[in-house]
Design a binder for this molecule. Structure first.
Ligand SMILES: [Zn+2]
Length: 383
C-alpha cells in the first residue's frame, strides 16, 4: 500500500531563496510547456510528446533570454513539464482537447516544485540532502529503510513542507469483529454511528471559533490595506504583508485542527474493529450549492474524513462500502421499513425534521441515528 507523509523543512535564509527560485522556475516551465503545447496543437492538430516538451528547456537554456535557467537544477523544469503532461492527459480524457488546463498564476498558486534524486544523509540526524541545494534540516526523522517517491516541496503559507510517499506492507490483524457500522454524516454533529458513537463538529469548539474570528479580522485588514492602483512591479506595503501572513497562519491552524480531529475520529471508529463500515455516497458539489449549508459542509472536511476512513479501513482489513446514490437513509424507518410520507405528517420532509415518530410501528427516531442504522443494514456482502 502506498502511504503519503509530510515533513516540515527548516531551511536557512539562503536555502529559502533557492526554494523560491526553484518554485518560480517550476511555474514558468509549466506555463511555458502549456503555451507551446497549445500552439502546436492549434496549428497541427497533434500533440507534442512529453519528451519534446522536456527537450525544449535544454534548447532555450542556450539563448540569452532564458540563460537564467542554467542556475536552476535541470530536473525542476523537466518535472514541471511532466506535471503539465499529466494535466493535459486528464483534459484530453474529459474534453477531447488540452485547453481544459489552466496557466498557473503567480498570485494564486502556492510556490511548489519537484526534485528527484534525493540522497539521504545519516538518518539519525534530522536532515536530508537535496540535489543542488544541500543539507536541509527537517522537523523529524525520515524513514530510514524505505524508498521514497513523489517528492514535492511546497510552501503552505506558514512553512516549507516536503511530501513523499512510500510502499509499505499491510499487516492485517485477524481479530475483526462481526459488526458492521453505518456512518451518517450530519451538519449539527460531524458523524453519528450505528453503534451509538457520536462525534461533535470541531467547528463548534472555542479554539476553532477564536481562529475563525481572527481570520475574518485579518481578511478585513488585508482588504483595507490592499493597494489596487499600485505601480506595476511595486510590492504591497509591509502592513499588508503582515496582515496576509497572520491570515495565512490562522487558516493553517484551522485546517490543521480539522485534519487532526478527523484523524482522531476515524481512528476511534475503526478501533472498534468492525468487519465493515458503510457510508453515504454524497455529492458535495450538490450540497454546497445551498448557501445555508455551504459553510458548514466545507468547514467540517467531510470528504477528508471519508478519505481517512477509507485508507485506514483498508490497512486493517475492514471493508469500506458506499451506499447506493440517492438511498434515502434518514427517511426510512429502520425497524419496519416504512418510508416517511409527507401526507402522514404535518411537517413536510426537510432538514428541519430532527426527530419523527414512525406511523407504521410507532418507533421514535432520531434522524441521524436512524440514518446510520439504515446504512448498517444496507451493507452487502461482496463475494
Ligand atoms: Zn417503523
Amino acid at each position: 500500500m502506498l502511504t503519503a507523509r509530510q515533513v516540515v523543512l527548516i531551511p536557512t535564509a539562503e536555502q529559502e531563496k533557492v526554494f523560491r527560485q526553484y518554485a518560480d522556475t517550476a511555474r514558468f516551465a509549466y506555463n511555458f510547456a502549456k503555451k507551446i503545447s497549445d500552439t502546436y496543437f492549434a496549428y497541427t492538430g497533434e500533440s507534442l510528446t512529453l519528451n519534446d516538451l522536456q527537450k525544449t528547456f535544454t534548447v532555450i537554456k542556450q539563448t540569452k533570454a532564458y540563460g537564467w535557467l542554467k542556475d536552476v537544477n535541470a530536473q525542476v523544469p523537466k518535472l514541471a513539464a511532466r506535471d503539465y503532461d499529466k494535466a493535459r492527459k486528464a483534459s484530453f480524457k474529459n474534453k477531447g482537447h488540452s485547453f481544459g488546463t489552466n496557466f498557473k498564476s503567480k498570485r494564486k498558486t502556492a510556490p511548489k516544485f519537484r526534485v528527484e534524486q534525493f540522497s539521504f544523509f545519516k538518518c539519525d540526524k534530522k536532515e536530508i540532502n537535496i540535489t543542488s541545494i544541500g543539507k536541509v534540516r527537517t522537523s523529524r526523522r525520515l524513514p530510514r529503510t524505505k524508498k521514497l517517491r513523489n517528492l514535492r516541496i511546497q510552501f503552505n503559507g506558514v512553512n516549507w513542507v516536503m511530501s513523499y510517499s512510500f510502499e509499505h506492507e499491510v499487516d492485517r490483524p485477524s481479530e475483526l469483529s462481526e459488526k458492521v457500522i453505518g456512518i451518517d454524516d450530519g451538519l449539527s454533529s460531524l458523524v453519528t454511528c450505528s453503534n451509538g458513537m457520536e462525534f461533535d463538529s470541531v467547528r463548534f469548539s472555542d479554539k476553532y471559533k477564536r481562529h475563525e474570528k481572527l481570520k475574518t479580522q485579518y481578511a478585513r485588514q488585508m482588504s483595507k490595506r490592499y493597494q489596487k492602483h499600485n505601480q506595476k512591479g511595486k510590492p504591497q506595503s509591509k502592513r499588508y504583508v503582515k496582515a496576509k501572513d497572520a491570515h495565512a497562519r490562522h487558516s493553517k491552524k484551522m485546517s490543521d485542527m480539522r485534519s487532526t480531529y478527523n484523524h482522531q475520529v476515524s481512528r476511534a471508529i475503526l478501533n472498534t474493529m468492525p468487519k465493515a463500515v458503510v457510508v453515504e455516497d454524497k455529492s458535495l458539489k450538490f450540497m454546497i450549492k445551498n448557501p445555508k449549508q455551504a459553510k458548514a459542509v466545507m468547514s467540517q472536511g467531510i470528504n477528508q474524513l471519508m478519505r481517512f476512513l477509507e485508507y485506514k479501513a483498508e490497512s486493517q482489513g475492514t471493508i469500506f462500502q458506499k451506499a447506493p446514490r440517492g438511498f434515502a437513509s434518514s427517511k426510512i424507518c429502520h425497524c419496519c421499513g416504512y418510508k416517511y410520507n409527507d401526507m402522514d405528517y404535518e411537517i413536510p420532509w426537510g432538514l428541519a425534521v430532527r426527530e419523527w415518530v414512525c406511523v407504521g410501528c410507532g418507533a421514535v427516531h432520531d434522524r441521524d441515528f436512524n440514518a446510520a442504522k439504515n446504512l448498517e443494514y444496507c451493507f452487502k456482502e461482496v463475494i
